[in-house]
Write a protein that binds this ligand. Sequence first.
Ligand code: URA
Ligand code: CA
Length: 441
Amino acid sequence: MNIIDLIEKKKRGQSLTKEEIAFFAYGAAKREIPDYQLSALLMAIRLMGMDREETVQLTLAMAHSGEMADLSAIHGIPTDKHSTGGVGDTTTLVLVPLVAACGVPVAKMSGRGLGHTGGTLDKLESIRGFQTDISTQRFIAQVQSIGCAVVGQSEDLAPADKVLYALRDVTATVDSVPLIAGSIMSKKLASGARAIVLDVKTGAGALMHSVEESIHLAQTMVRIGEDAGRRMIALVTDMGEPLGSHVGNALEVKEAIDVLAGRVQGPLLDISLELGSRMLLLGGACRVVKEGKAMLRDKLESGEGLRRLAQMIQAQGGDPLVCEDVGRLPQAKVVQDVPAPFSGYVHHMDTTGLGSTAQGMGAGRRKKTDSIDHEVGFVLHKRIGDEVKAGEAIATVYARDYESSESAIRQIQRDVVITPEKAPPSKLLHAVVSAEKIERF
Ligand code: URA
Ligand code: CA
């Protein structure tokens, strides 16, 4: 088989066969096909698309290009949740312990921050001692004993995706539904969960800006998972503004603990309940969403969810006392309020800009080898639709020094857009996509 023939075929908009797609994915994983030819084929796929069968074959080939985790030793239906990437999006830390407390095992392999979006592993590592680099054996044993674990992806998980994603990032080929779906679902299939709830973000801070594109991506991923024998549901949720009010690693851990302790309500809790109840549904613990939400609320109110998080932190070498005293999380040196430049209403936010501001403060990486400042970031005090008075604090920044703090203040004043006219608050849940149907809200 010759890679040039595959590029030629896709350039003309023809479908590739299962064998051709396997040749491409394994050739990428084994580094046998040069980057320039892989890049040319990626661009042809970006421009000409892939049909349903091609997308499934690409996903399966990428998944099988490395180790396929076997979680069959886990009692029950190992369940996972995956977000396509957001800002202030800490649902994992809220729902993993609650779902586990309801009896559904959560075996979660997470990623690091990507671009302007945060990553669960980076957040968890702001807890002193917390380890994410854990063998599959220990991972399974932990899920068996306490019901949940959140670990890093093993080096050998979907190696074809590692190679292709790095090329897409530098060849303007990230924004392709078959390539995104293949990338995400290859890693999910290889990590072994039997039931997967997807949180597909939509809006200014998301990969996909329109609801319809996001529904299309959600449906593509649900079909791939179902075809591969997994139970799937996808929610399309809003990323027009950060989900929680806290943006930054230790700050987001604090917010998740505040939610689990019952001190904080709002969109982060609401979306965590939406996602968590679907995990209970797929995991066989309830029959309807409403019942699942009530079960989760019960575990929140009894404190069982927070205790479960403390157990997970302890099992992974971290300081479980952060759950009782968030003051044990790393603290920033410089804390300053962000005054509203004028009076009016919060009309919209440049959510990607806000994510980049946090990244620029040191909460994320610009290059893979950058280290992270876990304590930096900011807390927003306003949501879209809220009234603000000139000079009132719209946010508080937590910075490593004054220079970085002043620069973040200016950026937040630009990214949170205030206008004289009132805007409606944003809708949180836009659609639920299953194998059978699409429900729009
Ligand atoms: N996240 C991924 O893992 N892959 C993509 O292609 C996009 C987001
Ligand atoms: Ca530090």
